[in-house]
Design a protein around this ligand. Structure first.
Ligand SMILES: *Cc1c(COP(=O)(O)O)cnc(C)c1O
Length: 390
């Protein structure tokens, strides 16, 4: 099933609400029903309606897949039970002995999946800093797949997707971009040369911190068919309620991202002026090390900010525990603001010397700025810095 009219020229705010969607044909229901069924009645032996069994086909899931394909400008979406399940499905396209080149500061769960699961099954992974190593050196001949996350977590490093995709295609490698942080509102990797785009829809796409999911959007129906075979064979499918909730979240994606961005920009400027704050990382701010690349491939950025509090680990921990509007939690991308300390939380499993080497200082704080009133967010951060003793 290849649904999306990739030539759809409507604007992304419109696609977020209507892309790949049409009223349900029998009743006219504007939102797709939750098809909570495991199987479908067949009129005659070996004849069916296009729906046989719910691991293989589910109409609610298809609506989410079409919406994601539309937003990313791809041929198809293929949805899974989590972002990690979507990442796994792409690895299942590989054979033992195949070489993958990946960014070196990818999402921790992706790193775990590569090094502790698929490496055991014979896939080879090498990790490079795409912001430092030129594309020709980073991607050697014989590479089968290039895995990019841009911007990355937590330092929001930006890889040059156009250049890396061009090199990868010169040697016949496939390019995947994890677009979870930027969302299609601000970055459309297929237009920059990627073959597949991955989302943890748990984050901005769902947007309400109430559902876990993942989707891969492909450039071509052929890639989608390969992934659909994996989706059906491995079976890591999302349930109908989860796909419905995610679709509901997508309707407001454009307005949410707009507010995430405007709040974040004001907070970045405030942080840069604060005497207790060192470096601030935000890709579309001119102080960012890859600002020029970011501006060449992104139309904006959302609510993710990292900054260095001039503080000891204990003071930074006190700071993170002293906010009231920002909730101390992992994850990101919901309407509510979250705060976390990578050195002690999301990146605690990375040894301290390697943390230093990749630039994660003890005082590095990561914010997922929500859509509350920005004055309340700033007052909260101000109060917590005072309480931290930094
Ligand atoms: C959360 C996340 C994932 C994994 O997604 P899950 O839905 O948690 O399985 C992958 N990549 C990025 C960038 C993420 O933030």
């Amino acid at each position: 099933m290849s649904g999306n009219d990739v030539s759809d020229s409507r604007r992304i705010e419109t696609l977020a609400i209507h892309g790949g969607q049409a009223p349900e044909p029998i009743t006219g229901a504007v939102m797709p029903p939750v098809f909570q069924t495991s199987t479908y009645a067949q009129p005659r032996v070996a004849e069916h309606t296009g729906y046989e069994y719910a691991r293989t086909q589910n109409p609610t899931r298809e609506k989410l897949e079409a919406a994601m394909a539309s937003l990313e400008g791809g041929s198809d979406g293929v949805s899974f039970g989590s972002g990690c399940a979507a990442t796994s499905a792409i690895q299942h396209l590989l054979n033992a002995g195949d070489q993958v080149i990946s960014g070196d500061d990818i999402y921790g769960g992706t790193w775990r999946l590569f090094t502790k699961v698929f490496a055991r099954q014979g896939v080879k992974y090498d990790f490079v800093d795409f912001t430092k190593v030129p594309a020709e050196d980073a991607i050697p001949d014989g590479t089968k797949l290039v895995w990019l996350e841009s911007p990355t977590n937590p330092l929001l490093k930006v890889a040059d997707i156009r250049k890396l995709a061009a090199r990868a295609h010169d040697i016949g490698a496939l390019v995947v971009v994890d677009n979870t942080f930027a969302t299609p509102i601000f970055q459309r990797p297929l237009e920059l040369g990627a073959d597949m785009v991955l989302h943890s829809t748990t984050k901005y796409i769902g947007g309400h911190s109430d559902v876990v999911g993942g989707t891969v959007v492909t450039k071509t129906p052929e890639l989608a068919a390969d992934l659909r075979f994996i989706q059906n064979s491995v079976g890591a499918v999302p349930g109908p309620w989860d796909t419905w909730l995610t679709l509901r979240g997508i309707k407001t994606l454009a307005v949410r991202m707009d507010r995430h961005q405007s709040n974040a920009k004001i907070i970045v400027d405030w942080l840069l002026d604060h005497p207790k704050v060192g470096r601030v990382f935000y890709p579309t701010h001119e102080s960012h090390p890859q600002h020029a690349v970011a501006m060449s491939q992104m139309s904006g950025f959302g609510g993710m900010i990292s900054f260095e509090l001039k503080a000891t680990l204990a003071q930074a921990e006190e700071f993170c525990a002293s906010t009231d509007v920002f909730t101390l939690a992992e994850s990101l991308g919901g309407v509510e603001s979250l705060i976390e300390l990578p050195a002690a939380m999301t990146h605690a499993s990375v040894p301290p010397d390697i943390r230093k080497e990749i630039g994660i200082e003890d005082g590095l704080v990561r914010l997922s700025v929500g859509i509350e009133h920005v004055d309340d967010l700033i007052a909260d951060l101000d109060k917590a810095i005072a309480a931290s003793g930094a």
